[in-house]
Ligand binder design. Structure first.
Ligand code: 3PG
Length: 224
C-alpha cells in the first residue's frame, strides 16, 4: 500500500472505517459550516468538496480551519488545482481520471490521492504511479459491482472507491466486496438539500448510510 506520510494513513484509516465519502457540490461557502455539522451529526468525519463551483476553494478553507472534519478536494483535474486545494487545507485529493501530474504533486507533498479509473489499463497506470487506492468512476455506467469483481481478480492489491450512481439501495452490495475500500456518492449531501439548507435531511441520509455500513460490518449486508 502506498504510504507517503502520516496524513496518508490517517485519511485512509478514516475511509476504511467509515467507508463512505460524501461528494459535495457547494454553491455557497457559507453553507460549509452547517453542512459540516449535519454530516458530523449523522456520524461521518470526511467530506469531498468538488472543484466544480467558484465557492469550492473557500468551502475547503473554512472546513479545514474548523478542524473537526477531514476535507478533501474532488474533481481535481490539474496539478495547479491540486496545489491550490492542498494549500487551502485539503487533506486528500480525488480526480475523475488519472493525471500523472496531479498524482505526482500529491505524492511530492505527502497528500493521499485517489485517481479515477475505469479500465485495466488505467489501473496499471495508477499502480505504476504508486496508487493502490483508486476511484472507480463512473461506477454504475462502467459495470458497477460485477465490473469490480472482475477487475479485482487480476489486481488483488488494488482497493476501489466506486463512485457514480451509488445510493442507499446499492451501498451494501458494493461494501460487501472485499476489494471495495469505501464508496463515494452525492446522494447523502445532494445539492438541492444544501441549497435549501435542509440540514436535517442530510443528517438523516448520512445516518441511514452509516447504519447500512454498520450492517455490512456486522455481516447483514448483501453478499458479494
Ligand atoms: C463524483 O463526482 O464523484 C460523482 O459525480 C458522484 O456521483 P453521484 O452524484 O452519482 O453520487
Amino acid at each position: 500500500m502506498t504510504n507517503h506520510s502520516t496524513s496518508d494513513s490517517v485519511v485512509l484509516q478514516a475511509l476504511a472505517t467509515e467507508r463512505l465519502l460524501p461528494v459535495v457540490v457547494i454553491n455557497d461557502a457559507a453553507a460549509a459550516a452547517p453542512l459540516r455539522d449535519a454530516v458530523v451529526a449523522g456520524g461521518l468525519s470526511t467530506l469531498e468538496i468538488t472543484l466544480r463551483t467558484p465557492s469550492a476553494i473557500a468551502a475547503i478553507r473554512r472546513l479545514s480551519e474548523a478542524g473537526d472534519i477531514s476535507v478533501g478536494a474532488g474533481t481535481v483535474l490539474t496539478r495547479e488545482q491540486a496545489k491550490i486545494a492542498i494549500g487551502e487545507g485539503a487533506r486528500f485529493v480525488v480526480s475523475p481520471g488519472l493525471s500523472p501530474d496531479v498524482v505526482a504533486h500529491c505524492h511530492d507533498v505527502g497528500v493521499p490521492v485517489f485517481p479515477g479509473v475505469a479500465t485495466p489499463t488505467e489501473i496499471l497506470s495508477a499502480l505504476s504511479l504508486g496508487c493502490t487506492v483508486v476511484k472507480f468512476f463512473p461506477a454504475d455506467v462502467n459495470g458497477g459491482l460485477p465490473a469490480i469483481k472482475a477487475l479485482a481478480n487480476p489486481f488483488p492489491d488494488v482497493r476501489f472507491v466506486p463512485t457514480g450512481g451509488v445510493s442507499a439501495d446499492n451501498l451494501a452490495a458494493y461494501l460487501a466486496h472485499p476489494a471495495v475500500l469505501a464508496v463515494g456518492g452525492s446522494w447523502v449531501v445532494a445539492q438541492p438539500l444544501i441549497a435549501s439548507h435542509d440540514w436535517a435531511t442530510i443528517t438523516s441520509r448520512v445516518a441511514e448510510a452509516v447504519r447500512i455500513v454498520e450492517g455490512v460490518a456486522a455481516g447483514d449486508g448483501a453478499h458479494a
